[in-house]
Ligand binder design. Structure first.
Ligand SMILES: [Zn+2]
Length: 869
């Protein structure tokens, strides 16, 4: 692997002004990238396997100063790693050091002068995480340069300072699958000579670009939900160290320069003044270094840190100094910018490398202040939890699996969560032990808990006022991402704030490992019932895949002393083999689903189990429309929710190949968000209608619902502002014998509804309808954009889900006044029967970032329970 290892003598490298670190002498016993991969750090876009090979070579050449941790594996089987670099003395006792770092992060465990001693002794931990978006290529290039420089530089005062005062963590690639995709497509597109034209094939990625991972997720939105393995591995590794400074290195548009904090406003509500002041210290130091080297940069614009799922903001909510660095991307080896300059991949490596090393030096210089700020943050968090409500209680009586998954997600962020072992009394409520979890508020993650669980995270009032003004002038708002993400609202888990400790017996979820042994299931005379919900849906998907025959209740019924809702799964002994109990127990345990053995089926009230309203379910044959014109994220979220969240086999068919498909081979066709007008012509539209009439279930969402409405497939209209239907003529101006209302006079006559910047809106559901199976009739719906649809009329279908009235519409985040009035009472879930089949349409993204568990259940209901209705 190493082409050559020169004598372990110090060599003097010539230092032109654009050298990575001018004047640095490097130890020749530390391999260069050239020696390992055959190209220099700034010469070529290193493919993922060579990035890993190089870090392995570096670690092998300096074992006393490094540890290369394997943090996980991507969907496509590539390793994710983190390189730890420290002084030999520290690395020799790394385990003890990590334990001390975690003690500093949990101040309530520190007695006497222990905290002071830790602040005096511990290194500052500075983590650099790279390439979360795989086509942001120079980031991983810089990662290798950082590691080489820190290990190979000799007699360098800055590097000596960094190693003396800190521990450096380098995650070289947060998204190896995305980088592999970029490198492959860039290589394929290359001309004989490097082509700088922005429109050339080598710069222009075909769908899907390298930004996203295998399931097309933006991993820089996944830090708290952690639905993706790349995120889980990285966060678990970071939690071992509890880093004090975390820098996430990105790329942005090629015509820009370089961004580092201070960030744009609004910052996150839970960021402290001390964190902001320290961020300025880093910003000023970077600025001085960039000025010295003549690199252009900007701050305080575009990039905010309001949403807590970024690489900048999740660490900040833990008490670290978080930062996003953005380098203009060459998106290839060289790019001709619109100002006529040429920007190279190597420039990007140089700038990122310079910022990272400067940051490590700043952290080392201010080691004690940073550690003290971190300790104060974690200490004051505990105090906040002692002066306010003492516990957040999470419960989901109607679907215990929901609360369990939410609790697990919190644990993955290092939050302490306790599982109830007995009924929990809170206020005048008694909550069952099953599905009830307690989050003590006096813990160092208090601010992260508030961030993730509170329904609403307030945004800076002046900033909001400015947005209202901008909207009135028809300027887009300056909100970078969503304004609401509250996990209980999106998971449909009830959050009960307990002023005092509930005192219930609990066990820590952080120490107990997932699901214990397979619960045994007794033999039952008739069979088994599974009350519907997220866990039952996942269990039934697997049961169908395994050939177990399952039926589904089309109505409510009372059996014994228990009431069962629509959607309850019925698994009869007479339909299945003699080993049913064992097979079902294994599956139900894996998904945490409740199974009720029944010895008689004589219902006291409601639907009989042998009624015609009981449907036989079969494993649905699902086609997911893939590729353009589908929106990348929507396609990926749907595929992930089908295949990974619910274990539903899915055939992804490129939209351009739909015409080759015999529709009768499928029971369900999912159209992710997108306008399919250009690929589904009149002929195919006829085919789809015919297929639905003979039993097919078509599912649309967000923009594909808009398309279905405009194409006449769905009997509704997307509304324009003020409620007119899309396509109708705008009103003519009225007679001018009244003095004009100026604001009305300048309002455009035809425009899209007011844009909603990602808010959670109250949705109510028709619980008698099978599409709403497993819900309690009210959920939070993530609403984003300008989609508002007219209700479907009774003769054409059912508005199974609609938004609440204007007064209790908004559960979290920002909905501007005009949109509020227009969204109220509008449908978000349509069921339109057509012959023996149907069209099911969502107004929004039911699978948003795969963390909208409540609407994801409605989506999987459509897939599993729809066919054969
Ligand atoms: Zn990025």
């Amino acid at each position: 692997m190493l082409k050559a290892i020169a004598l372990a003598a110090l060599i003097q490298v010539p230092a032109p002004s654009q050298e990575l670190a001018p004047g640095t002498r490097y130890d020749a016993s530390i391999p260069t990238l050239e020696q390992v991969a055959g190209h220099g750090l700034r010469e070529e876009i290193t493919p993922p396997d060579q990035v890993i090979a190089y870090l392995e070579a570096l670690a092998a050449s300096a074992p006393e100063r490094t540890e290369l941790m394997r943090t996980g594996e991507t969907w496509e089987g590539r390793p994710t790693v983190m390189l730890v670099i420290g002084s030999p003395e520290r690395m020799a006792r790394l385990q003890a050091l990590k334990a001390d770092l975690r003690r500093l992060a949990d101040p309530s465990t520190l007695e006497g002068d222990a905290a002071e001693r830790l602040v005096a002794e511990l290194p500052v931990v500075t983590a650099f995480v790279h390439g979360v978006h795989g086509n942001e290529i120079s980031s991983s290039g810089a990662a290798m340069a950082e590691a080489y420089h820190l290990l190979a530089a000799r007699g360098d005062a800055t590097v000596d300072l960094i190693l003396r005062e800190s521990l450096v963590l380098i995650d070289p690639m947060q998204n190896p699958d995305g980088r592999a995709r970029f490198v492959f497509q860039n290589t394929m597109g290359r001309a004989r000579w490097e082509d700088a034209a922005a429109a050339s094939a080598e710069h222009d990625e075909p769908w899907p670009g390298g930004r996203v991972n295998h399931y097309l997720f933006d991993l820089n939105r996944d830090w708290f939900a952690q639905t993706q393995p790349e995120t889980r591995g990285r966060v678990a590794a970071l939690l071992e160290f509890m880093p004090h400074v975390v820098v996430d290195l990105h790329e942005m548009g090629g015509n820009s320069t370089y961004f580092f904090p201070p960030n744009a406003i609004p910052g996150n509500t839970w960021t402290t003044d001390e964190q902001r002041e320290l961020t300025d210290v880093f910003g000023a130091a970077n600025a001085a270094k960039f000025d010295e080297r003549g690199f252009a940069y900007f701050n305080r614009d575009t990039y905010d840190a309001f949403y807590p799922g970024y690489g900048v903001s999740w660490p900040m909510a833990q008490g670290a100094i978080g930062a996003t660095y953005e380098q203009a991307s060459a998106r290839g080896l060289v790019l001709l910018r619109s100002d006529g300059d040429q920007l190279t991949y190597g420039d990007g490596v140089l700038h990122h490398f310079t910022a990272a090393i400067q940051t490590a030096a700043t952290a080392a210089t201010h080691r004690e202040r940073i550690l003290r700020t971190y300790l104060d943050f974690r200490t004051s968090a505990v105090e906040m939890g002692r002066s306010g409500p003492r516990e957040y209680v999470l419960t989901s009586e109607h679907d215990p699996g929901m609360a369990r998954r939410l609790a697990d997600a919190l644990v993955r962020s290092g939050i302490r969560v306790d599982k109830a072992l007995e009924a929990v009394e809170v206020g005048d409520r008694t909550l069952p032990a099953e599905g009830t979890y307690i989050v003590p508020m006096d813990q160092p993650t208090h601010r992260l808990i508030r961030n993730l669980l509170d329904p609403h995270t307030p945004m800076d009032a002046d900033f909001v006022a400015r947005q209202i003004e901008r909207r009135a002038n028809r300027l887009p708002d300056q909100i970078y991402d969503v304004t609401a993400w509250s996990m209980p609202l999106l998971w449909d888990v009830e959050l009960i704030v307990s002023e005092g400790p509930t005192g219930a017996a609990t066990v820590s979820l952080n120490d107990t490992r997932q699901m214990s042994d397979v619960a045994s299931l007794r033999d039952a005379q008739v069979g088994y019932l599974m009350p519907w919900g997220t866990a039952a849906a996942a269990a039934v998907a697997e049961a169908l895949r395994e050939g177990i025959r399952v039926r589904s209740a089309g109505g409510e019924f009372t059996l014994g002393d228990r009431e069962y809702a629509v959607g309850t799964a019925i698994i009869r002994n007479s339909d299945n083999g003699p080993d049913l109990a064992q097979r079902l127990a294994r599956i139900a345990t894996r998904h945490g689903a409740e199974v009720v053995p029944i010895d008689d089926s004589y219902v006291r009230e409601g639907m009989s189990l042998g009624s015609g309203r009981v449907r036989h379910l079969t494993e649905p044959r699902v086609l997911l429309v893939y590729d353009r014109p589908g929106q990348t994220y929507s396609v990926g979220w749907a595929r992930y929710v089908l295949e990974q969240r619910y274990g539903q086999r899915t055939t992804a068919v490129r939209a351009s190949s739909l015409g080759r498909v015999d529709l009768s081979d499928f029971d369900v066709i999912v159209f992710p968000s997108g306008n399919y007008g250009d690929v589904v012509g009149d002929g195919m539209q006829e085919d789809l209608s015919g297929w639905m009439r003979s039993g097919g279930t078509m599912i649309t969402m967000s923009e594909s619902t808009r398309w279905a409405a405009s194409a006449g497939l769905l009997a509704t209209n997307a509304e324009r502002r003020g409620g007119r239907a899309e396509g109708d003529d705008p009103p003519t101006s009225e007679s001018a014998d009244q003095p004009i209302d100026f604001l009305q006079a300048i309002a455009p006559s035809d425009e899209a509804p007011e844009q909603t910047p990602g808010a959670i809106v109250r949705g109510t559901l028709d619980t008698g309808h099978w599409l709403a199976s497993g819900t309690d009739g009210e959920i939070g719906v993530l609403v984003e954009g300008t989609r508002i649809f007219a209700p479907i009329t009774l003769d054409r279908g059912t508005n199974v889900g609609r938004y609440a009235g204007v007064d209790d519409l908004v559960m979290g985040g920002i909905v501007w006044e005009d949109a509020k009035a227009q969204l109220a009472n509008k449908p978000f879930l349509f069921h339109q029967p057509l012959g023996r089949g149907q069209l099911i349409a969502f107004a929004e993204h039911p699978n948003y970032r795969a963390y909208a568990e409540a609407t994801q259940l409605l989506f999987i209901n459509a897939v599993l329970l729809g066919p054969g209705r």
